[in-house]
Design a protein around this ligand. Structure first.
Ligand SMILES: [Zn+2]
Length: 172
């Protein structure tokens, strides 16, 4: 197990459309487990492979972390195949630390994905898990949550992000 370096906005790998996973081998399992360790250490509730510099369609989610009991989901080649309703919750991202904003999403989604053994599953989720699935699948398409903000909010974000980055550099 190893901690991976989380890439921050605006690193180019975060803007790339990730390629589908075709090899379900030990290196995929290793990557998935290293990502889990990295996510729990951060701490965060979701992490996509592009966030650790690997442009592959793999994401992990564990929304139960704060309750104690772990419910780790490994999503390989995930796709949203149905959506319903609207919601607007505050989101953050390990690639954009210290910045939070409300994002409009679907309230319920149906997600088709493969697990690490190449078996296909379909889950229907709502609430925080639905938001996390949409956020992580966006990462695989090179989309960050700030890309969903209005032009005005996005320009405010860029100003604030400059300050956050300056602050982070000072701390190093
Ligand atoms: Zn994110």
């Amino acid at each position: 197990m190893a901690l991976l370096r989380i890439r921050h906005y605006p690193e180019p790998v975060l803007k790339k459309v990730a390629t589908p996973v075709t090899e379900f081998d030990d290196s995929l399992r290793q990557l998935a487990h290293d990502m889990a360790e990295t996510m729990y250490a951060a701490p965060g509730i979701g992490l996509a492979a592009p966030q650790v510099g690997i442009s592959k369609r793999l994401a992990i989610i564990d929304c139960s972390a704060r309750d104690g009991e772990s419910q780790l989901l490994f999503l390989v080649n995930p796709e949203i195949i149905d959506r319903e309703g609207d919601c607007c919750e505050e989101e953050g991202c390990l690639s954009i630390p210290e910045y939070y904003a409300k994002v409009e999403r679907s309230a319920k989604v149906k997600v088709r994905f493969q697990n690490l053994d190449e078996q296909t599953h379909v889950i229907e989720v709502e609430g925080l898990l639905a938001v996390a699935c949409q956020h992580e699948i966006d990462h695989l398409d090179g989309i960050l949550f700030v890309d969903h903000l209005s032009p005005l909010k996005r320009s405010l974000f860029r100003k604030k992000w400059k300050k956050i980055q300056e602050h982070m550099t000072e701390q190093m």
